[in-house]
Design a protein around this ligand. Sequence first.
Ligand code: ADP
Ligand code: MG
Length: 698
Amino acid sequence: MTLDTNIQFLSGVGPRRAALFLKESGISTIGDLLSYYPYRYIDRSRFYAIRETHPDLGFVQLRGRFTGMSLQGEARKKRLTLVFTDGKDNMEVVFFQGIKWIQDRIKLQTEYVLFGKVSVFNQTINMVHPEVEPPFADPIKGVASMQALYSSTEALRNNGISQKLLSRLQADAILQVEGGFCETLPDSLLTRLKLMSKIAALKNIHFPQNSQMLLEAQRRLKFEELFYIQLGLLKQKSLRLSSTEGQRLTRIGEHFNHCYHQLPFQLTNAQKRVLKEIRHDVGNGKQMNRLLQGDVGSGKTLVALLGALIAIDNGFQACMMAPTEILAQQHFASISKLTAGSPTSVGILTGSTKRSDRKKLFQSLSDGSLHLLIGTHALIEEGVQFRNLGFVVIDEQHRFGVDQRARLWSKNQTPPHILVMTATPIPRTLAMTLYGDLDVSVIDELPPGRQAIKSLHFNDSQRLRVFGFMNEQIKKGRQVYVVYPLIKESEKMDYKNLEDGYLSITRAFPSPEFFTSVVHGQQKSENKAFDMKLFIDGKTHIMVATSVIEVGVDVPNASVMVIESAERFGLSQLHQLRGRVGRGAAQSYCIFMTGHKMTKEARQRIELLCSSNDGFEIAEADLRLRGPGDLEGTQQSGLAFDLKIANLAQDGQLLELARKEVVSILDRDPLLQNNQHSLLKHRLQQLQKDAVDYSRIS
Ligand code: ADP
Ligand code: MG
């Protein structure tokens, strides 16, 4: 057998269980099985006393005897209760299933080892459905004292695929492939970085000899995982740099100068630095692929505009794509202002652009008289033909699918330079993995004169005070957002909350003194746009909205954000929402409303937000608290994100190391053409066989 052999050929599996494995856990080959790593280990050399145990311990092991057995209940509701003693204390052990089997096999007053989780029932400790084994009978693990635990599913368990069987299959799989096993990292790397061999790592990850060996096995496997991800990404980048030429944009001319010298303020140092980075990228004959990160309001759009103007000065056209119509409109309005009186012609194309306007627009695009086109997804439609597209800006990129970006890329024969902007700061480790083949710029400085947003936490019983505060602010001429969570699973309930909230707000803030807009995803888009516009134009005082409220919407006069059920949002999302205020000169406030009872994690999140306004600090904390899979922006990113063993929140150093090694290899051999690197090349191909082809993507 080899790593590619189907697991049905392992003894104890067969076609039916193999199908189940595939469906439940995506395991089809022996190789898949071996990389189905345990999620934790338990120390089987340790026995707990009953009085030491509590539910938080998770799995524990106890040694003792059963002293009594009784059967309760009728038919399907039967329950077998045993009394277990460790010599000092007693505990109930309960079975609801497999009762007959237990009754037939368990002998009273004989020593057993129990393995399971304790729970508390009627204020006493008990154990439901533990594994019961005679002491010392441990045919699989031999002397190993650490037992691996694998994540499992109900369907697997119901089909007899127990932890025990999983362990046995792993042992069998190792035995089967050990002889012909091929190493997956070059020896030189293993020696230099003191990494254990792959086969030794697999043995120790499933059957650790001791905790030191387990750590080494984890280090080796994590390194390998991160290494090949980086190798894939960075090789892609070398390929792009070596095979595609970029337009060389070196001229600075009237388009840039006109806008730049008309700005009513100085660029911040961070903006200047990023502009320099962009100028370098577009001037060196290579195609730019850059990610620009920065908190909301840090002035990304302006930098992007200046980049686009450089392209225009060099005879090219540019476009800027926003995720929603409203955002596109806002960009169009602010950019029209910034380029007023200059020779730059700016157009807008969205889904609602009229046919006749569209025709004119297309004409001016293809004859080159339109310099900069701002728009929504409509920009990537077939009919949109540029004369000579040289610079593409994508705003709030995580809302766009990867394939959509790829289509923009292909709008020109020579690919345009691409600048992707996001206001969701991404921790460095994540950026290196998600956007590993992009260069990353960061604007980490807000324009001067911005007042930090004051963040406060109130609970539901203090609502009247919050209403009082809103009233005060509205009297001062300010506007207020009230945001309700919208979470997929409970959409109906959430809309009900929103409606109730809207009612209570209109009661507390009645017309004609006050006017309230309401915006949510279930509205017709005309109604949504109408209410939105009322608020933007200052005709309504309060905007009640779901969290779908447009990212990036800019209403400088709105200075209060009230977030309802804040405990239900993630850190980054709360920070994003908060960024809707603090855009004008007035002191802004963000009020987090929560219930009285909160989980510890929710409390931590709110506390952190009340004490920090720094998007990067918050993103790092979010990564630590939730793990990368849940971070905003990663799910829709299009990159497969199921790391099997590495953890981006914890393995930053290992990731840096892997990346450094990859860079040094590719510096010498950008496309892995040397014989010396054939192992790497081959392995990478193998890993990418099933993966989507990202090669044409920004
Ligand atoms: P972002 O796209 O990062 O959210 P914007 O580019 O929309 O930020 O800028 C937010 C606001 O700040 C805009 O009104 C913009 O004109 C203004 N702005 C940008 N750069 C500066 C600066 N250096 N000094 C003062 N105001 C600035
Ligand atoms: Mg913006």
